[in-house]
Design a protein around this ligand. Sequence first.
Ligand SMILES: [Mn+2]
Length: 323
Amino acid sequence: MIDQLAGIIKEYRDFYIMTHVNPDGDAIGSLLGMYLALKENGKNAIPIIGAEFPELFQFLPGSGNTVIGFDSIGFNPSHIIVLDVAAENRISPEIGDLRKSAKLVNIDHHPTNPLYGDYNYVLPSANSTTQLVYEILTRAKYRLNLDVAKCLYTGLVTDTGCFKFAGVTSATFELAARLLEFGVDNYDITRKLFEEFPESRLTLERLMIERLEVLLDGKLVLSYIDNEDYHKLGASLSEGESLVNRLRETRGVEVGGLITKLSENQYKVSLRSKGIVNVATVAAALGGGGHSRAAGLKVSMSREEIRERLIRLIDSSLNSSTT
Ligand SMILES: [Mn+2]
């Protein structure tokens, strides 16, 4: 498949590049890294997003070239390259009729990806989707540069928690080393990603900590933040993106879960596990998906009902793992 994809980006010229709703560092890093590499190699490519570009990633090269929606684009693509998107209904914005006239290339590392593309390069063992982008670009013998490397490195540090999470191997550091060789400044990137949050994020974190509940004999920690909280602080939803990781940092805790209210009876749930509980399975039981240690979902039910369902699912997962 990787040879086929390398062939496609060499042979064809017109590409739309897309990622998922509420894009994180890997989504944006993949989107912009692929875009910049295609441009650098003479292709007609455009990075498309579904909503305003997240402020956190505005330091990345190419961020100013993203367009919102399809209306202002002056060409039709032969291929739509979809990056880091676990399920077709998470592509942002929705592709709709375009699917009839263009081939969909699905490049991802979520194990729950149902291979919805015309071409699917889905490798759950990859640390980040930017790793897969790097592999395809180098297989196509594309010229890479510092700007591309910055974007790909951003995805790598985001999805490995700065090389802290499970799944990091010597190959991860080899890729990191190759990207740094282009001149990427590691601390410049990690500082911008993890140490330049607006003050409102600190307040969100305080609210999350104040409201947390320790459940299931200290193995589960749940908390919540409401859309009203974001609203009061003038904070955007992306500011709360990695807060959930804090909930799993305590000894004995197996799962941390953050329930974010988006609107009346519309909630987003982010789950993090240390390994015993497969949170991708928990999320899938409620219509979501993700990785075994990091997963999420969106649901329309009350917070109380979500809380009950999560406790029951995680409790039964903990019990089945000990028998
Ligand atoms: Mn990813």
